[in-house]
Ligand binder design. Structure first.
Ligand code: SF4
Length: 473
């Protein structure tokens, strides 16, 4: 669905490469592939072995790195970041990679995720004299590294990482090496690849495909990789905890051409649609998916039920970011600018509309209305995930419980509110089964907290929701 219209946004994407003379240019292409993970800011930091140089700004990757901007980024190591700016947390100072310079050397950090103990650590560091330049929790890591008493950068970084709680896929770079770490639960995806002799890391494997890199493996929870001119060293900063990869990466966030832990996203989404078809009986004439993320599930639902799949909704790809407005009213009006029903497909038909999730419900209501205005006689909404009832503390900008329609209303009430003829959600068990991870236990290595309220890490009383980060300023 259209994330920006309904309050469900990914926080960021990270990329890094070591050992290629065109490191900055390759990072640019990698960030392009990760653009769906954040459109509000982008940055690249490059090292030539002596110093770090950065270019970053607000906007899309193509806007930030307009003609000539990459030309002076020379060196064979680079890290990059695309950012989704949380409300009030936007501003150039928060665009990553964050770059810190000191007399002992420079450090660049790119982070995807959200730390649940950032406020606690920040207060502690401030009491010790630290002064923060951003409202980003990522800066906490830099201060912890700087203050750590260990002798080498690697020891200081491992010590600092071991103090963090929550979700963090981190790529860091000094003048002479790149380091990569993933939180002990492995909440966010992070993969390792190879491009010729160069090592690459990325939030999603689609970034490897665009640059022609070979996928090697997923980074493991608690791992700490050091990559420099001597090669790759695999180390750990923590023992792995209970695996809890974000389920919404499979359901909604990641690109269909990416794989997470060997599972292709498009294929997993098709299976979600097939699983849905087992859980609901609907008589209908056509199946359509809300573009783009629900199309795979709609195809799966169609294949399993035999109801033909049709393009009943078209996304207007040329609506600029200017139309991404935060207010509810503008969000609702924005749907019409972004989506159009195909009248010839839905007119006089009973339509199954497949979507991946419902957050506030306002967008679903608008889409159901669009389909009915275009002549659909019935609209049956089927959702390829369970009801989202709880906020996310791990880097997905899911609204607080008060704004989540499923935390306040029954399925029947939701159905009435969105104006559908029926509404069905996939069960938690069906979703986990369809995705097909093979980890032990009923949760099979997933974080399911926004559905089940069972958070894989402790949550602190002062943990800040990603969309409320402005409060931390
Ligand atoms: S709470 Fe939901 S959105 Fe957040 S990490 Fe867990 S599964 Fe993903």
């Amino acid at each position: 669905m259209l994330a920006e219209l309904r309050g469900l946004n990914e926080e960021c994407g990270v990329f890094g490469i070591w050992g290629d003379p065109n490191a900055a240019q390759i990072t640019y292409y990698g960030l392009h592939a990760l653009q769906h993970r954040g459109q509000e800011g982008a940055g690249i930091v490059v090292t030539d072995g002596n110093s770090l140089q950065a270019v970053k700004g607000e906007g899309l990757v193509s806007e930030v790195f307009s003609t000539g901007k990459l030309d002076h980024l020379k060196g064979s190591g680079a890290i990059g970041h695309v950012r989704y700016a949380t409300a009030g947390g936007s501003g150039i100072e928060n665009v990553q990679p964050l770059l810190f310079r000191s007399s002992t050397g420079s450090l660049a950090i790119a982070h995807n995720g959200n730390l649940v103990n950032a406020t606690h650590l920040k207060k502690h560091l401030e009491r010790q004299g630290s002064i923060f330049q951003t409202s980003s929790d990522t800066e906490v890591l830099a201060h912890l590294i700087k203050k750590s008493g260990y002798a080498t950068f690697e020891q200081r970084a491992k010590n600092a990482l071991s103090l963090l709680k929550g979700a963090f896929a981190v790529v860091m770079m000094t003048e002479d090496e790149m380091t990569v770490a993933l939180d002990p639960n492995g909440l966010r995806p992070l993969s390792l690849g190879k491009l010729g002799d160069a090592w690459v890391v990325a939030s999603e494997t689609c970034a490897f495909d665009i640059i022609g890199a070979e996928y090697i493996r997923s980074i493991e929870p608690g791992e700490f990789l050091v990559i420099n001119d001597e090669g790759l060293k695999v180390d750990r900063f923590a023992f792995p905890a209970k695996r809890a990869i974000c389920t919404m990466e499979y359901v909604y966030f990641s690109r269909p051409d990416s794989d997470i832990d060997g599972i292709n996203i498009h294929t997993a989404r098709k299976r979600l649609g097939k699983e849905l078809a087992k859980e609901v009986q609907i008589e209908a004439d056509v199946v359509t998916g809300v573009p783009d993320s629900s199309i795979s599930a709609a195809i799966g639902f169609s294949e399993a039920t035999g109801i033909p799949y049709e393009l009943g909704l078209i996304k207007n790809r040329y609506v600029g970011r200017t139309f991404i407005q935060p207010s509810q009213d503008l969000r609702e009006r924005g749907v019409k600018m972004k989506l159009s029903p195909v009248r010839q497909v839905v007119n006089g038909k009973r339509v199954v509309m497949v979507d991946d999730s419902i957050v506030r419900g306002t967008t679903s209501r608008r889409i159901v209305t669009l389909l009915k205005e275009a002549g659909a006689t019935e609209v049956h909404v089927v959702i390829s995930s369970p009801p989202i009832k709880n906020p996310c503390f791990y880097g997905i900008d899911i609204s607080s419980s008060e704004e989540l329609i499923a935390s306040n209303k029954s399925v029947e009430e939701m159905c009435e509110l969105i104006g559908a003829d029926s509404l069905t959600f996939l069960s938690v068990e069906g979703m986990v089964r369809a995705i097909g991870r093979t980890d032990e236990g009923p949760e099979a290595g997933h974080c399911l907290a926004c559905f089940t309220n069972n958070y894989p890490t402790e949550i602190f009383t002062d943990t800040i929701l990603p969309h409320k980060k402005e409060l931390s300023r």
